[in-house]
Design a protein around this ligand. Sequence first.
Ligand code: FAD
Ligand code: NAP
Length: 309
Amino acid sequence: MLDLAIIGGGPAGLTAGLYATRGGLKDVVMFEMGMPGGQITGSSEIENYPGQGEIKSGMDFMSNWPEQAMRFGLKHEMNQVSKVEKNGDTFKVFTVDNKEYEAKSVLLATGSVPRRAGFKGENEFFGRGISTCATCDGFFYKGKEVAVVGGGDTALEEAVYLAKLCSKVYLVHRRDTYRAAPSTIEHMKHTENIEEVTNVTVEEVFGDASGVTGLKVKSKETGEIRDLPTPGVFVFVGRDVLSDSLKQEDGSYICDTNEQGEVIVDLNMRTSVPGLYAAGDVRINAAKQVVCAAGDGATAGVNIIEYLG
Ligand code: FAD
Ligand code: NAP
C-alpha cells in the first residue's frame, strides 16, 4: 500500500513529491507518462520564476527538479494512469498497461494539453506541418515562413522565438487585441519579421502529400480571403486540463469538478473526497504559472502528511 500516489511529474507533482518524502512519507510514487518536467519543457524560455535572474529554456530550467525531488525517496514510475477509484478509505490507481496500485492518498497533478483550434485540415496535417511546440519543431522551418495561430502568452512568446529562426512569422489572431502580458506584446510588436494578421478566422490549412503548404484566412471585417504560403503552422489556442482519470464508468467524476473538468479544491488542495488532492494547472482557478503549480504541490505535500497523521 502506497502512502501517496502522485499522478503527473510537472512542477506541481515534483514539488509535492519533494515535500511529501522530505516530510517523512515513505512509499510515494510519482506516475509520469513521459519525462518528468511537465509542459514548461516545451517552452522556449522562462523569465518569471522568482529568484531566477537568468533566462533559460523550459527544458534547462526543469533539468534539476527531478533529481532534487527524488533525493528523499520519491519513486518515479514511467507510466500513464488511466483511472483512480475510491476503495473504502483508500484508492486504487490503474495504469494503461493494466497494473494496479493501492494508495492511502492520491494527488492529481496532471496539468493540461494543447487544445485544437478546430479548423479544416488541422487533424489531417497535425504532425505534418502543424505543431503545438515551437522548441520541438521550429528548427524544421529555419529560414522559412511560418504562421502562429493564437493571441495569448504562449502564441506571442513562441512567435518571438520562431522569428529568430524563421524568415517571417505571420501571427494570426481572431481579434485585434491580445491576452498576453503587456511586456510580451511589446516584445512581439518590436520584432520586425512578425506580421500581425488580426481579426481573421482560419478557414483551412492546406497542403499535399509532403505536408502543409499554406493556410487560408478570412477577414472578419471585409470577408476578404488571403492565402499565407507557409509550410509550418503553430497552433497555440489554449489548453484543456487532463482529469479524465478521475472519471467513473458513467462519465461522472469521483470528486467535484467544474464544467471544464477542472478539479475543485480548497486552499489545502483537498478535493471533495477525503485523501484525494489536486494541484497545479488541473485545479480550478489555477494561475497557470510554474511558481503557482510548485506552490500548490508544496501545499498539497504538507497537507497530505497531516492527513495521513
Ligand atoms: P504540467 O506541467 O502540465 O505537468 C503535468 C504532467 O503530468 C505532465 O508531465 C504530463 O505528462 C503528466 N501527466 C498527465 N496526465 C498523466 C497521466 N494520466 N498519467 C501520468 N502522467 C500524466 N509558466 C510560467 O510560470 N512562466 C512561463 O514562462 C511559462 N511559459 C509557458 C510556455 C508554454 C509554451 C506553455 C505551454 C506553458 C507555459 N507556462 C509558463 C505555464 C506552465 O508551464 C504551467 O503552468 C505549469 O507547467 C503547470 O504545472 P503542472 O505541474 O500543474 O502541470
Ligand atoms: P490562452 O491564454 O487561453 O490564449 C488562447 C488564445 O487562443 C486566445 O488569444 C484565444 O483568443 C485564442 N483561441 C482560442 N480558441 C481559438 C480557436 N478555436 N481559434 C482561434 N483562436 C483561438 O492560452 P495560452 O496562451 O496557451 O496560455 C495558457 C495559460 O498559460 C495562460 O494563463 C497564460 O497566462 C499561461 N502562460 C503564461 C506564460 C508566462 O507566464 N510567460 C507563458 C505561456 C502561458 P481570444 O483572445 O479571442 O479568446
